[in-house]
Write a protein that binds this ligand. Structure first.
Ligand code: PLP
Length: 408
């Protein structure tokens, strides 16, 4: 069948591909440890599972309103207002009402909707890299132009105001900022965000798409929402969801918040033609997650904090790994150029590991550990290791990686 150029131009997600490869090897009985996953390994909290079961028994099995169940939209607005007030106690952040919320199938769909609703063919979208795999592809689907701006190791992979100003042109229509960041684990401070907002003041046509899906997962620092900057209120779209914080990736519930109700209305029309509404049972479960006790989120955060300490300690002993400690999410993103730059070596095996792709492949076949090459995130100097696995698995995986790299 002849396929459209639209789909032919879309790359497959490398992180999903690596996770699938690891699963396939595990199914074949090979003892692979997967550090390629972008999801918590914990169970969805019991009270949320119970709410999903009750929703089934109470017949939440029909079509619902396109933008989401009103009670869930209200719960989302409350949740953000509550959390943002706590996090920015000395500021007066934006507050949201339920009409300023649109529930979608995962944060992914919410981001897709936002890009479709704002970007016209030829519009430029600034994406600091390393970046999550899907932003650039989604921009291309809207016939926009992704403008990738490489951030640096020395700046913890955060975009600087100078870089932002240099990247903006009269064609710029959007910037996508992800904090806490996948894949780098970086978290923008209030001051760093303020400096970017100062630049954006000169570019009022630029919409800020703030992907805050990892917001509760920060270690030793605060997550600051872009809602802390009321001056952005006419052009800010905040993305979040229950996938990461509540271990609910398979429920597929995410959302956007936006003070501009025209955008919410436009995305509601878009969504009405695409998916009608997010799954009703999952929406009821998400409502329970947001309105119920929040201790399980904090417990999961603490587990991730311990694993983060462990992986950083073990990674320091791996020759050629250069990294700064991640402040959020659940990924370590070491620069491996000291390993891959050895490609001039006379040694045959060494000479083959000349890129992060080759290193990821080598670690899979030699150490039986699945990691994702940084090239998937526009940063071919690094690899991404997810620590959303048990401490025993982290210990074993890092031992295997160290051994395999020392052999080179
Ligand atoms: N944004 C980032 C930065 C992510 O890492 C992910 C998932 O990996 C998403 C959005 C999508 O989240 P969801 O599973 O809710 O669609």
């Amino acid at each position: 069948m002849q396929l459209s150029t639209r789909v032919l131009n879309i790359s497959a997600s490398q992180s999903l591909a690596m996770a699938a490869k690891a699963k396939q090897m595990q199914a074949e009985g090979i003892d692979v440890i997967s550090m390629s996953l972008g999801e918590p390994d914990m169970d969805t909290p019991e009270y949320v599972r119970r709410a999903a079961q009750e929703a089934i028994d109470n017949h939440w099995s029909h079509y619902g309103p396109v933008p989401g169940i009103p009670a869930l939209r209200a719960a989302i607005a409350d949740y953000h207002n509550r959390v943002n007030h706590l996090l920015t106690s000395n500021l007066t952040p934006l507050t949201f009402t339920q009409d300023e919320v649109l529930v979608s199938i995962g944060a992914k769909m919410a981001i897709f909707n936002a890009i479709q609703a704002v970007i016209n063919p030829g519009d430029e979208v600034v994406i600091p890299t390393p970046s999550w795999v899907s932003y650039g592809e989604m921009v291309k689907l809207a016939e926009g132009v992704p403008v990738h701006v490489a951030t640096s190791f020395d700046r913890q992979y955060c975009l600087t105001p100078t870089q932002l100003r240099a990247a903006l042109t009269p064609k710029s229509r959007m910037i996508i900022l992800c904090s806490p960041n996948n894949p780098t684990g970086s978290v923008y401070s209030l001051e760093q965000m303020q400096a970017l907002v100062d630049v954006l003041r000169d570019y009022p046509q630029v919409v800020v798409l703030a992907d805050e899906i990892y917001s509760p997962l920060v270690y030793g620092c605060r997550h600051v929402s872009f809602a802390a900057f009321p001056e952005l209120q006419d052009r800010l779209i905040i993305i979040n969801g229950v996938s990461k914080a509540f271990a609910m990736t398979g429920y597929r519930i995410g959302w956007m918040l936006c003070k501009d109700r025209n955008l919410i209305a436009a995305c509601t029309r878009l969504q009405g033609q695409q998916l009608t509404c997010a799954t009703m049972v999952a929406q009821k479960a998400a409502e329970a997650a947001l309105t119920g006790p929040q201790d399980s989120v904090e417990q999961m955060r603490q587990v991730f904090a311990e694993r983060r300490e462990l992986i950083c300690r073990l990674a320091k002993d791996i020759p050629g790994f250069r990294f700064s400690e991640p402040q959020g999410a659940f990924y370590l993103f070491p620069d491996v150029t000291q390993i891959t730059n050895n490609h001039g070596s006379a040694d045959r095996q060494k000479s083959q590991i000349s890129s992060a792709d080759a290193l990821a492949e080598y670690l899979l076949t030699e150490a039986k550990v699945a990691v994702v090459s940084g090239s998937a995130f526009g940063c071919p100097e690094c690899i991404r290791l997810s620590y959303a696995i048990s401490t025993d698995e982290i210990n074993e995986a890092m031992k295997r990686i160290k051994y395999a790299i020392e052999k080179l």
